[in-house]
Design a protein around this ligand. Structure first.
Ligand SMILES: [Zn+2]
Length: 108
């Protein structure tokens, strides 16, 4: 039983896999099967990160839209890892909810 998603272009359901790609037989659209495997998130040292991990900032980061800076060495608990440019969804004491990049943290 196929669990492949329908074609994002024409909604055809007869999509098939070809290596890392998904291909639509109707409109020949090809795209990466990105969601078929869970994304692995890694810190600046290449260690795997999970939801709930404690991480430490490895550089000062300006908080967008404010004059505040989160200092290097600040400990942050990962609320959730998200598949976005800023992939760590977290909350920082004194700052509030914030998004960070995994490349700027290391596992505490
Ligand atoms: Zn299609």
């Amino acid at each position: 039983m196929s669990e492949l998603p329908p074609c994002p272009e024409c909604a055809c359901e007869y999509v098939y896999e070809d290596g890392p790609l998904l291909i639509c037989p109707e409109c020949a659209h090809e795209w990466a099967a990105a969601d078929s495997a869970a994304k692995v998130y890694r810190d600046a040292n290449g260690n795997e990160l999970q939801d709930g991990d404690m991480v430490t900032l490895i550089k000062d980061l300006k908080v967008k839209g404010t004059s505040k800076t989160v200092k290097v060495g600040t400990k942050v608990r990962i609320n959730r890892l998200v598949d976005e440019d800023h992939d760590i969804d977290c909350k920082i004491d004194g700052i509030g909810a914030m998004k960070l990049k995994t490349e700027f943290v290391k596992k505490a």
